[in-house]
Design a protein. Structure first.
Length: 154
């Protein structure tokens, strides 16, 4: 049991380090030339893509994030999902059919991305703040709801 906990802890540290590395690269302007626009401040989206990417093997935090995102989306946005205003999916990046979508979003592991589409323009954001909120479901859901409401202009 102790070995399992150590492996999970190391995996979690690896995921956070990778996310931090991606963020640092994006902030320093080293993102790939094919990376979509990531600035969506002050703009209202025509449509949102809310994608929770994960691997087949998931740690407790990864499972929790998936659960909380799913609850938030069903609790607050079921109508927008039915109307096509929001496309919400949980996507296993280990499956061959999802490789291209994972590449588009640059998803390398468990991560939540929101694409605020305006016209034909993607505005993809890796929502890394969710990792800090896994210990409090209410704060997590309130954070995600506020982020989505802002992007929708509501």
């Amino acid at each position: 049991m102790k070995n399992v906990l150590i492996v999970l802890l190391l995996f979690f540290v690896f995921v956070l380090a990778r996310c931090n590395k991606q963020t640092t690269a994006m902030q320093s302007g080293n993102e790939s030339k094919t990376a979509p626009e990531t600035s969506n401040a002050g703009r209202i989206a025509d449509k949102l893509e809310v994608y929770y990417f994960y691997r087949t093997q998931r740690c407790y935090s990864c499972l929790t994030i998936g659960e909380y995102v799913g609850k938030t989306m069903s609790e607050y946005y079921s109508e927008q999902i039915k109307q096509g205003k929001i496309d919400y999916q949980e996507i296993n990046i280990d499956l061959a059919k999802n490789k291209e979508l994972a590449r588009k979003f640059q998803a390398g592991g468990s991560s939540l991305f929101i694409n605020a589409i305006q016209g034909e323009k993607d505005n993809i954001e890796n929502v890394m703040e969710v990792w800090r909120l896994t210990g409090n479901e209410t704060r997590f859901k309130n954070f995600l709801k506020q982020k989505i409401d802002t992007l929708l202009g509501s």
